[in-house]
Every structure is written in C-alpha cells, then in structure tokens.
Write a protein that binds this ligand. Sequence first.
Ligand code: FE2
Length: 446
Amino acid sequence: MLASFNKDVQLRVAEALKGQGTLSYLLKHKRIFSVDYEILKGIERYADRVFYEPIILFYLREERVEGEKAVRRYLMPLAIQLHREPHTVNHIFISPKLSSSELLHHEAGRVWLFARMHAICADANYHETVAHLGLTHLALEPIIIAFRRQLTASHPLMQLVGPHMHETLTINSLGRETLLKADSSYFDQVLGVGRNGALQLIARVYRNHYRMENETFPQRMARNGFTQVENPGEDNAEDPLPGYLYRDYGFMLWNAIHSYVESYLSAHYDSDEAVRQDKMLQDLLDDMRDPHRADIPGVPHVDSLQKLVDMASYIVFTATAEHSAVNFGQTDFYSFIPNRPLLLRRPMPRDLSRVTVKYIMEALPDEVQSQMTILMASTLSLMDHEGTLFDWAIASSRTRPEDRHLMQFKHQLEHISNHTLKRNTELGIYWPYLDPKQRMAYSTNI
Ligand SMILES: [Fe+2]
C-alpha cells in the first residue's frame, strides 16, 4: 500500500514512527491505514478554488495507560501527501505529534492544520457529490423509475421496497433545480468542484466503478479491507479498528434488513424457479439493464431467491441506513466551516513560512459562501421526526399486525438503537448517525 507514496515519504514515516515498531512490522500487523483520493484527478475546479488529490495515512496507535490492564488503541492521522506526484519535500506532511523537531522543523501545527484542511476539503467534496448525492439519491433514481414502470403496486417486491422509495424522485427533482441548476447552481457557490466538477465526478464513479451487483454493504466493506467484527468495541483485541462505528452499526443494520427481506420474500417465492418464472420481475431486470431505459451498470442476474434477497436488501439499505449515514450529520460536521471546508481559495505554498493565520483565513470560504454552506447543511439535515425507520416499522406493524417479518424487524431495530445508545454512553460521545430511532429516515427524502 505504501508503494503509492514516494521513497521520501516512506523514510519520513519510518522515522516518525521510530519507537512504535518498524514500518514493515506496523504494516504486517495492519496498524497503518490509508485513504486515497486519486478519483479526484483531473476533475474541474470552480473558479479560483484549490483542492488536491491527496493520499492520507492513518496510524493505529497503542498506548499503555497506567493502572489499566488493557492497551488503549486509537486511530490518528499520520501523514498527508497532497500532490499525486510530489516534486518537493514540502508536499508531504507528517503529524507534528510524531515528527521530530530536528528532522521536520517546518511541520509546525499551523502547516499541519492547513494540510489537514486541504485533505478534508477533498474528502468533503467527495462526500457531498459521490457518497451522498451520487451513490444514494441519484443511484436510486433509475431503480425507482424501473420499479414503477414494471411492477404493479401489489407485486410483492414493490410491496416490500416501495415504502423506502417514498419522495425520492421529488427531492431529486428539487436537487436538480437548486444544487445542480445550470445557470445558478448552489454547488457553484459552496463546493470546490462546483456544479460541473460535481457532475464529472459523479459520472466517473457511476460509469467506471459502480456495479449494482457489487454494491451491498458487506461487499463495499470487503473492498476496503473490513469484515464484520463479533463483539466490536474498544476492549476487543480481535477488533482490527476499534471505534469504527459505521462498520459496526452498518453490519448490524445490514443483517437486520437482509433477514427481514429474506423472510418476507421466502414467503412469496417458494423456490429459485419461482423467481425465474416471475415475468414481471424479469421484465424489471431487463428494464434496469437496457441502455435505452434505466441503463444501470452491473444489474445482477437474479436467477435465485438469494440473489433477489441481496438486490432488494441493497436497495432498502441504501435508501435508509446508507443515505442517513451520509445525510443527517451535515449540520454537525459542516456548520463550523474550518472543521470541514467544502472549498479553499489558497494553495499550500511552496514556502511554508507563508502559512500564517491570515493566509488560512483568506483560504477559507468568504462570509456569503459560509452562510450558504451552513444553510445547505442545516436544510439537508432536517429530519421528519415522525419519519424514522423505527417509526415507520411501528406504524406499519399497526396496520399489518399479522406480519411477523415486520414485527421481528421492529425488534431488531430497537435492539440496534439501544446498542448505539449504550455504546455512546460508554464512549462518552454523541454518535446518532446509524441509530434507527434517531437519525435514520425510512426513505431517501431530503
Ligand atoms: Fe440526502
């Protein structure tokens, strides 16, 4: 993995980690993690905005706390390489917490802070365009249209998935008229990539990387090197990355949704043959694949009940848990602009002594851009408090009291919610983003 970093970075990381173990030891024991934003390469920037295609290294630090038996482990940023092909040493930054002042005299806190801002700016642009708009709202749209075109309202698959498609086309239409409007796009005001860059990036990911058959939560996590951890938590020595809450609660929710979908569909299809013989379902799949109709990349060949369950679970999970995870934290993360700037107006200078507080302030969004960012984040984070996934399960189970699949699903959601609350209390944090009772809408509707 470190092969993508140049030799200089490797030497400097090894130097910074001296005393914690050799670099090869830490890599072998999976204590080095990386995030690579190569996907941003060549994407249009709006006006004078600057962002890079960084590679960020993280380090799983281990600390013995006096008086405690367990070793405390936590993830910390270790190094940032802003340029893809760095020309000078100034384009690589090491956390000042790890760097030795003799060797790395210029990595003062301010420079590190500005390097982090640029790294986060890249992540924030990816988040708003791809993780949020592209892979939830827009990826769901052709699926919903094909469902409405091919399935009757009484078809079991529509009965199952239909509620989780509520108002998605409406909010997408509104998004096209505001965020992506050709002559006065909100994205041009608040994002480094602007409207055109956003569309380029979404299209690049959707056409070159997205394949519906490979997008279930466990598949995506596996691509990033993660699997489900039994009894995840800070005290579990088997947990390769303690505190990775999106992974932990994502798997719990995926499992709950998958077993609900499986029990429901098993009651309607008694064999794989029944799936293959369902003309309406096969017409739906043809529509989703057809380049002149929905034209979705990588539509699965649904020739068994299991494949139908996986496909339906992917749609329900994306419309509920995944969209909520990337949507409802926007106020919390974007309202204080320096925490997560969506645009920066100054580059990292070659002469690092130029990185003063004034320089950083000039780089940050101006007053109007900041106000518009906060307005966008707070509007998109609005939650209909009657509309959580758990509320939906309660309301639906009132009208379908005989539906044992739904009852079981409701109980599982309650268990997950209680689990998140307990873990939040233990960790002393506020993390409601995958709690089906708090911040999880039952459809992608904002
Ligand atoms: Fe959204």
